[in-house]
Write a protein of this length. Sequence first.
Length: 316
Amino acid sequence: MVGILSTGLKKRGHLVKVVTPRIRFMEFKFSTIPFRRWNHYDVVHLHGPTPFLSDFMFARSKVPIVYTHHAEICWISDGLSKIYRKFHNLLAKKAQAVIVHSHDYAQLFKKMGNVSVVRVPPPFSPPKDINIKSKGDPFTVLYVGQFRPFKGIDVLIKTARLLRDVNFFLVGDGYLKSKLMQMSKGLSNVKFFGNLSDEELIDLYRRSHVICLPSINTTEAYGLVLIEGALFGCVPVATNLLGVRENISLLKGLLFEPKSYYSLAEKIRMLFNDRKLWIELAERSQAAAVDYASKYTVDYYVNTHEEIFRVVSHKT
């Protein structure tokens, strides 16, 4: 999304500099970004939370901040996470505007006082010529994303143990990948893929019947991959989490209980056993995703951000 926004703003004549942390160790990121001087810019667009980089940025920046809040992160333990989230949201009041992806998350900032809270759904472009009924066997569940603890890929692997007649394709990379591959040893219905080209990934979407997001906590806040999968005729199946459930409702997909591979297996088995139902749900989800993509275009995304930045920069 940052790339789309940066490219769009540059095409409109704006000066844009994208800076990201270069050092990462497991779930921790390290950078000098908060300690740099940004006085020659009109607006800083901050993405977070990234403990404690985004917090230092709020505390130190003298430039107006537009803050995109991506998730209510779960970090180290539930207790510490709750303390950190309260601390972070308190600092977020220093922003001139807060951007979120869902109504669920907009509610988290309803007590922000004079801070403007704007829902800006991410953009998508619908693919062409996707024939759902042409998808054949074997029945395939697709995961696309990072291999990190909150993603719940172990839940998907445990589900695969219960559904040996269903294929599970896991696409992505991350420091947990080798551990997860070891966990799936002996499961012929589980296949891992690294970073694929766009054409290779599209081929997997075209072949798959379900796009699954098995995340276990609110570090997963929306699930862009669910929209992408639905556009290609995959039934979206995801965990019942804040933000994610709103996306699933929009796409008319299916929810299962967090961390419950039995609950997930039940949803997949239902679709596997009743192909007529699967086609009905796949067509319904695809139609909802196409409607979404026609409304929330790249132009809409760039236009909305440009207007937010313009208002914020003129306030100071």
